[in-house]
Design a protein around this ligand. Structure first.
Ligand code: HAM
Length: 423
């Protein structure tokens, strides 16, 4: 080992940042509970074929970004780059289709993509995601959008934009793809090299390209819009979704060029962006994937879901200036071993009342404890030395005012509860 360093594109989560993660996870779980989504935990690696077939051979993810390896038994395995294909695999494997075809699930966990790391783009990153399987109704698309919106709102995130599109179904999508292929071929010389190659294999993927020269082509007024190709069923689906979102007062814009980077989508696709993040501005995305279960070898099972990038949300939370730590904590400072015993016993009373504490130990002097309590932002320090023990009491020091008082156990609890506002 040459360096004591985490691999490029990965990082440790610790200190103040870990509190942001706990807070984010709490908000996700709380909303999952309210909306009736149950947790599913799938393995971190799967058979490579699951993603090759599910996400699509022509996508950036499958072509360039997967962490694929052969295990000692000769199997090709891949660290999951996303959570939807594994969730559908689990649904099929456990036979939900036959006994409980409509399920609502959520997950939180690490994903892996070999991308060029930068702020908000990691090789190991985390997503929370929601998937509703067995639901073909546009109202479920609306619920998924509403759920993502509720989480962003609870987190206090502002200046979000929601872009929606429909990419049609097997009936109407091929006609658009044909038109797109003709149009892009006519403008072949203006496309980047990668897109020229993709044009023949998977023209829809060309729309994912972020290079300036390709974006210029997409912006032309003559550029074909999928909205004009939707079949009556897809149009009805989209119109109902839009009406439901308007009823829910969720603002959105229709972006006819939004296709998303995964092949499994049908009809609804959407993305949530935030300006202040710069280049990596997508904090979540999702859509409907009615054909995915069949592609994976199962029956026709409609599905809709979304996933959000947690690192990007954490960056926003950190910028917002709120502190995720418990603001009220009590530092327990024993002066000797007997003091330790009393404070250990007293910490059980604090537990009972839900008052957070930090117990240090007796091998250090009072000066050390007070300095440390100050550094940790503790408002109160409870001290037990010889004098306190003799008088069967505790000293309570208010770090803000410097005042120190001697209190009985009952009075001390009373005072701390009052200060914390839990009386
Ligand atoms: P996705 O758009 O590929 O969709 O990823 C969802 C979110 O994950 C992105 O909007 C972004 O916030 C975050 N993300 C993606 N790659 C990275 C990265 N390298 N570093 C940090 N964050 C990243 C999916 O994964 C679909 N499975 C979503 C879905 C669920 N569709 C239906 N159900």
């Amino acid at each position: 080992m040459t360096e004591v360093r985490a691999p490029r594109g990965t990082r440790d989560i610790l200190g103040e940042e870990a509190f942001f993660w706990q807070y984010l996870e709490d908000v996700v779980r709380q909303n999952a509970r309210l909306f009736g989504y149950e947790e599913i935990r799938t393995p971190v690696f799967e058979h490579t074929e699951l993603f090759a077939r599910g996400v699509g051979e022509g996508t950036d993810i499958v072509e360039k970004e997967m962490y694929t390896f052969t295990d000692k038994g000769g199997r090709s395995l891949t660290l999951r780059p996303e959570g939807t294909a594994p969730v559908v695999r689990a649904y099929l494997e456990h036979g939900f289709f036959a006994r409980e075809p409509r399920v609502k699930w959520y997950y939180i966990g690490p994903m892996f993509r070999y991308e060029r790391p930068q702020a908000g783009r990691m090789r190991q990153f985390h997503q929370f995601g929601f998937e509703a399987l067995g639901f073909g109704e546009p109202s479920c698309d609306a619920e998924i959008v509403a759920l993502s919106w509720a989480i962003y709102r609870d987190l206090g995130l502002r200046d979000l934009s929601l872009e929606i599109n429909s990419i049609g179904c097997p009936l109407c999508k091929p006609q658009y793809i044909q038109k797109l292929q003709v149009y892009l071929s006519d403008h072949r010389e203006r496309l980047c090299e990668n897109c020229r190659r993709r044009l023949a294999e998977n023209p829809l993927r060309v729309l994912d390209c972020k290079t300036g020269q390709c974006q210029d082509v997409f912006r032309e007024s003559s550029f074909p819009s999928i909205q004009e190709f939707l079949c009556p069923e897809c149009r009805r689906h989209e119109e109902r979704l839009f009406r439901l979102l308007e009823n829910l007062e969720i603002p959105f814009t229709v972006n006819p060029r939004l296709v998303r980077g995964l092949d499994y989508y049908t009809r609804t696709v959407f993305e949530v962006k935030v300006k202040s993040l710069g280049a990596q501005d997508a904090i979540g995305g999702g859509g409907r994937y009615d054909g995915l279960a069949r592609v994976l070898g199962g029956p026709d099972v409609p599905g809709v879901g979304f996933a959000a990038g947690m690192e990007r949300i954490i960056l926003l939370l950190e910028k917002s200036g709120v502190s995720p730590r418990d603001t009220f904590r009590v530092y327990l400072a024993p002066q000797d071993e007997a003091g330790e015993e009393r404070l250990l016993a007293f910490s059980r009373v604090l537990l009972l009342y839900g008052i957070p504490f930090h117990l240090d130990f007796a091998s250090r002097g009072l000066k050390y404890h007070l300095k440390r309590a100050q550094k940790m932002g503790m408002r109160f320090v409870v001290i037990v030395g010889e004098e306190e023990r003799e008088r069967d009491a505790f000293s309570l020091k208010d770090m803000d005012s410097g005042e120190q008082v001697l209190l009985s156990s009952a009075d001390l609890v009373e005072r701390l509860r009052k200060e914390r506002g839990t009386c």
